[in-house]
Design a protein around this ligand. Structure first.
Ligand SMILES: [Zn+2]
Ligand SMILES: [Zn+2]
Length: 344
């Protein structure tokens, strides 16, 4: 079967023929119909992740996988042909975090799909049956490919970590893959929303998804104050994670408000300086958010299947164009997710 692999960090992916996976006990084989391309893939391919120095190459990236079950390992009963999304973190099930329902923080992942273990830039993938989530036929494979990372991460940031409340004012910094979905969850929760970005095209997308205000960073402080009677936002979802974004978030949040940090940088030149006085004296909560858990992702999929939230797809490209897709994400040209059509 075909795969697109990282052979050397920073170099284009290479088309390689690899062996078809055979499902072991408890596993299913998923035919990868579509795989999203995430900004994190750019960091993985560039060798810029915290784990890159120990990554063995070649490596097959891709962690936004939608497909269908085509074969079953021993002990598995699942419908052949079932459409699924793959959950990326294959937790150990035994560490304190897994036992507490925080599998996204597992100490001993058995699979870290597309990050350190093989991902969806290949036609077939063996997955524990426990780590695929069914998707109704009404949601296309291409749309499903934005759900396991972009949409799921947005849900976890707004709903679980942000503890969003109806009637609040929520500002989303960065109207990219995660941001455009975070915005929709805040809206569905009954909030007033604003999207902040430097890119007019992304702001237009946020507007079309129902953002009440779309703002450039320099105008955001005064406009958000106008929206909130001078107080500031209850909740800021920072999908950017640079020092500049942190400064913007702190300028928008109200006293006693929350900032959810879901974007991050691994580039030390852009690390934020944290004004501890503001955090302490204004009782601003700074809350990290990482990916999502399976029960939450099932709820997010339910919201999509009911038409309340929709996956935002920028472009659909052929698998053979994986390098072009990565280049477009690197150049910040995608509005929502670029999705590769993998197996036919
Ligand atoms: Zn991702
Ligand atoms: Zn664990």
């Amino acid at each position: 079967m075909r795969s697109m692999a990282v052979v050397a960090f920073g170099e284009p992916l290479v088309l390689r023929d690899v062996a078809m996976p055979q499902p072991r006990e408890g596993e299913v084989v998923v035919k990868v119909l579509a795989c999203g391309v995430c900004r994190t893939d750019v960091k993985i391919v560039g060798g810029q992740m915290p784990f890159s120095h120990t990554q063995r190459l070649p490596h097959i990236p891709g962690h936004e996988i939608a497909g269908e079950i085509v074969s079953l390992g021993p002990g598995v009963s699942a419908p052949i042909g079932q459409r699924v999304v793959v959950f990326n973190y294959w937790g150990c099930g035994r560490c304190p975090y897994c036992l507490a329902g925080q599998e996204n923080l597992c100490d001993d992942l058995r699979g870290f799909v597309g990050f350190t273990t093989p991902g969806g830039f290949e036609e077939f993938l063996a997955v524990p049956a426990s780590h695929v989530l069914p998707v109704p036929p009404s949601v296309s494979a291409v749309e499903s490919a934005a759900m396991s990372c972009a949409l799921g991460t947005g849900y976890h940031a707004v709903v679980t970590r942000g503890r969003v409340q109806a009637g609040e004012t929520v500002v989303v910094l960065g109207a990219g893959g995660v941001g455009l979905h975070a915005l929709q969850f805040a809206r569905v929760a009954g909030c007033r929303t604003a999207a902040v970005d430097i890119n007019k095209v992304k702001l237009d997308a946020a507007r079309s998804l129902g953002a009440d205000e779309v703002l450039f960073p320099q105008e955001a402080p005064s406009r958000v104050r106008e929206m909130t009677g001078g107080r500031g936002a209850d909740l800021v979802i920072d999908c950017v994670g640079t020092g500049d974004a942190t400064q913007t978030a702190l300028g928008l949040v109200r006293k006693g408000g929350r900032i959810v940090q879901v974007g991050y940088t691994t580039d030390a030149r852009h690390f934020p300086h944290l004004p501890t006085a503001t955090l302490a004296l204004c009782e601003v909560s700074l809350i990290g958010a990482r990916y999502i858990t399976r029960p939450e992702l099932a709820r997010a999929i339910e919201l999509v299947s009911r038409g309340l939230v929709r996956p935002v797809i920028s472009d659909v490209m052929d698998f053979s164009q994986a390098n072009e897709a990565l280049a477009r994400v690197r150049a910040d040209e995608a509005v929502g997710r670029i999705v590769l059509q993998v197996a036919r």
